[in-house]
Design a protein around this ligand. Structure first.
Ligand code: B12
Ligand code: SF4
Ligand code: SF4
Length: 356
């Protein structure tokens, strides 16, 4: 017997997922946009996105015999940030800003168990030899586009999926399955004439509605980019040291955002207001133990301290200079180069202030 989609939705919600929708296995209509995006090099150095291109257009190459996609939303909303001024970016000198999703334990690990549980329950519910494959973020899947088709939300002009009750603060996961399940109604775009996210982006990375140049996005520059951050883009990074939420924060659909059950217990409140000078002093061991189990490990010490130098250069005061001078002698050239830049920037700010 094949379980009904309502049975599956009920199980998913009971496991703590915030929303669950269903769609078929056809390639998303927006697939040609993806191919253009890659061909125009908008993905920067994320080469895996080019490698994923063929599979993203044909999910049968990911799960042979695929019939349906079960799309899932998991909220990482943090209710009322305890330090409102930090959400106001540059207003807190010597303090860093970490994107909300990363102020939790790594979602790839945290959500593995509920996804496995859902797959196991699907296996138990049907007597045929069906196969199910769960993904979260890392698979060759156009997650937002499929989720929109499954009725989970709509792709906003900032390119992220918005759900009418969750806002834009949620992850997307999916189970590809050989079960034939009736699709849900797709959601439609509800941005209207709003352009807040385009105006809020500090680097103009959203070049036009629904079109993001990842090479300019602070999330890419502070997480995915492994080498030197282009100097022209460093000032706009402000005190963001891991990811960026600016376009998400201004979205009016967040007024309805609710906290979800699954990520709540993985929140790390100690990552809310990290002291930049303290962070700059971390050796390999301290970096690993401080950020164990969080997405921040992904940037490695050298990428993270590179970001800390940029943030200090943008917002630090005279007090940051001795620590930055120390960082100039770091055996890692990437850190030393960014520390030198930061010292120059702070000094020129001091000179400007004293001459005024
Ligand atoms: C690569 C990647 C990035 C890159 C590129 C971002 C991007 N927008 O593509 C970088 C490193 C910059 C990034 C940043 C972030 N990411 Co990211 N990222 C991905 C990843 C792995 C692939 C995305 C991808 O394929 N992009 C390719 C391009 C072509 O997509 P696109 O620009 O959005 O264009 C598509 C649509 O806009 C649409 N489209 C184009 N034109 C038009 C026109 C109309 C009218 C319509 C309706 C649609 C449409 O078609 C295009 C093709 O799909 C996905 C996971 C996955 N497997 O999907 C997570 C994912 C998108 N990221 C996620 C998150 C949370 C983030 C950050 C918020 C993290 C942070 N706080 O720092 C930021 C947000 C930045 C932003 N404004 O998008 C979540 C988003 C969840 C959600 N609710 O939407 C995802 C889905 C991961 C997950 N499983 O939860 N990310
Ligand atoms: S995450 Fe930040 S840099 Fe990237 S598009 Fe949004 S506002 Fe711009
Ligand atoms: S801020 Fe406005 S334009 Fe941007 S995604 Fe939200 S509703 Fe759409």
């Amino acid at each position: 017997m094949i379980p009904s989609k309502e049975q599956i939705r009920k199980i998913a919600l009971k496991l703590g997922f915030d929303a669950c929708g269903f769609t078929g296995a056809e390639s998303p209509d927006t697939y040609p946009n993806y191919v253009d995006w890659i061909n125009n090099e908008k993905h920067g150095r994320m080469e895996y996105l080019r490698r994923h291109s063929e599979k993203k257009g044909d999910m049968d190459k990911v799960l042979p015999g695929i019939k349906s996609v079960i799309s899932l939303a998991i909220s990482y909303q943090i209710p009322k940030p305890s330090n409102q001024s930090l959400e106001n970016k540059e207003s807190s000198p010597s303090r860093g800003l970490i994107a909300r999703y990363a102020r939790h334990e790594d979602y790839h690990d945290a959500l593995k168990k509920p996804l496995e549980d859902l797959c196991n329950q699907l296996t138990r519910l049907n007597d045929k030899d069906h196969r199910h494959l769960a993904y979260l973020d890392t698979g060759p899947i156009m997650e937002r586009d499929l989720a929109q088709r499954a009725g989970l939300g709509f792709v906003g002009k900032h390119t992220n999926l918005i759900n009418r009750s969750l806002g834009n603060w949620f992850f997307i996961a999916e189970i590809l399955t050989t079960l034939s399940l009736e699709p849900d109604e797709p959601e439609r775009n509800r941005c209207g004439t709003c352009t807040r996210c385009l105006q809020a982006c500090p680097t103009d990375a959203i070049e036009a509605p629904f079109k993001l140049d990842a090479r300019k996005c602070i999330s890419y520059l502070t997480i995915e980019l492994k080498g030197s951050i282009p100097e022209a883009l460093r000032p706009a990074i402000g005190n963001r040291i891991f990811g960026c939420d600016d376009c998400l924060e201004v979205c009016p659909w967040n007024r309805f955002a609710k906290e979800g059950a699954l990520m709540k217990r993985f929140r790390k409140n100690d990552l809310e207001t990290p002291d930049l000078i303290h962070l700059l002093g971390m050796d390999h061991q301290t970096f690993k133990s401080t950020f164990a189990g969080t997405p921040i490990l992904r940037s490695k010490r050298k990428g993270f301290l590179r970001n800390v130098c940029v943030a200090l250069g943008n917002t630090g005061t005279r007090e940051a200079i001795p620590s930055l001078e120390q960082a100039c002698m770091d055996p890692e050239p990437l850190i030393a180069e960014h520390a030198e830049w930061a010292i120059e920037r702070i000094k020129s700010r001091i000179t400007k202030l004293t001459s005024e």
